[in-house]
Write a protein that binds this ligand. Structure first.
Ligand SMILES: CSC[C@@H](O)[C@@H](O)C(=O)COP(=O)(O)O
Length: 366
């Protein structure tokens, strides 16, 4: 993605060939700042406090975190300890476990003195694969958008609602839910995006709105509760969201509030699509509601909010009545029956076990 005329990925190797650079997502939308990671602890911290976030980018950062860890200790014990430190950072996005499994299984049979170099090439491969996957999701999703455009009056935009940030910033490049949007926009299909603000951390208002603006995609930020109303009044042609973990049966776990959008979409006959890169499929799970771990985050994310004051200062203020209890479940599960289709790198699938297994037979086996 281009930012201020310069092409960026969200994570990259520093010029010295070993430090890892990331964009600090806690500073959006008011500042664009990068950070250099040099240690395992810094990589784990970046994931934990959400300087990087979004399922694919969490996986990519973990892969680079392993490189940094192995520079300090490339023994079997060092490798296993680093895996468990990174795995403990966030519980829901399965891309984290997937990336760590790839690194651990590949490196354990390799002699310790060769592990650092192998880890860096693996991390680079994981990043490149993420970009390729998202571009394929973009191609398949753009076809869905152009089909809807063909049924509208020429020039009328396809109105797409999205929740949270499954965009460029959540991946290495392109995004998952946003890839079809960027590709359609670039191809001249008129699109307009309804961006759910996505309380409590406002990934929609802070991140998705920022990156759509950078790319010149027409969009409107709405309060999370507006989606149902917009759908009832024919203002939404389709929903596209991302996912942090999708079961073998097609149940989809994504940012809190996604389920309510799926219910409203079902009631209003609006197609509800999930952009799903294959590393986000957890073939060990069937029932999303019972089996997917849902991250509980700190209450301050609900009780406080950060923004720009009229005097140009970034400040955090309290917005909940003092003394009230707050709860902060960060994800919810949308059952497969509410999902119109899964937009994967291998095409648009029905959200069921047969379709998912037929598209990714090698993942079922291993
Ligand atoms: C392509 S990213 C898909 C999901 O990771 C995204 O929709 C999401 O819920 C991110 O949550 P976050 O808590 O910001 O990491």
């Amino acid at each position: 993605m281009n930012v201020n005329g310069r092409k960026y990925r969200t994570i990259w190797l520093a010029e010295d060939g070993w430090g890892v650079e990331i964009i600090d997502q806690t500073r959006f939308p008011h500042a664009f700042e990068t950070i250099r990671l040099e240690t395992l602890e810094e990589a784990a911290h970046a994931i934990r406090i959400m300087q990087v976030r979004g399922a694919p980018l969490i996986g990519a950062t973990a892969a680079y975190g392993m490189c940094l860890a192995l520079r300090a200790d490339a023994t079997d014990l060092g490798l296993m300890n680093a895996c468990s430190t990174l795995l403990d950072t966030r519980p829901t996005a399965v891309n984290l476990r997937w990336a760590l499994d790839v690194v651990r299984k590949t490196l354990l049979p390799v002699p310790p003195e060769q592990r650092v170099a192998r880890a860096y090439s693996l991390a680079e491969r994981i990043c490149d694969e993420d970009v390729a996957i998202n571009m394929s999701i973009g191609t398949h999703g753009a076809k869905l958008i152009s089909d809807i455009a063909a049924s509208k009056r020429p020039g009328d935009p396809v109105n797409i609602l999205t929740h949270c940030n499954a965009g460029w910033l959540a991946t290495v490049d392109w995004g998952t839910a946003t890839a079809p949007i960027y590709m359609s926009h670039d191809a001249g299909t008129p699109v307009h995006v309804w961006v759910d603000e996505t309380r409590p951390r406002n990934q929609g208002a802070f991140l998705t709105a920022w990156e759509l603006g950078q790319h010149g995609v027409p969009h409107t930020v709405v309060a999370d509760n507006a989606g149902g109303h917009l759908m009832q009044h024919g203002e939404v042609d389709m929903v596209i969201v991302g996912t942090d973990r999708t079961t073998a049966e097609g149940d989809v776990c994504n940012k809190i509030g996604t389920y309510l959008k799926a219910l409203a979409a079902k009631d209003c006959g609006v197609p509800f699509y999930v952009a799903l890169p294959s590393p986000t499929i957890d073939f060990t799970l069937s029932n999303g509601l019972r089996e997917i771990p849902i991250e509980e985050r700190i209450g301050e994310e609900v009780s406080h909010i950060t923004g720009l004051t009229a005097s140009g200062k970034i400040e955090t203020i309290e917005i909940v009545a003092p003394g009230s209890e707050v709860a902060n479940p960060a994800f919810d599960v949308t059952p497969a029956r509410l999902v119109t289709g899964l937009i994967t790198e291998r095409g648009v699938l029905t959200a069921d076990r047969q379709s998912i297994a037929a598209a990714f037979p090698e993942r079922v086996a291993g």
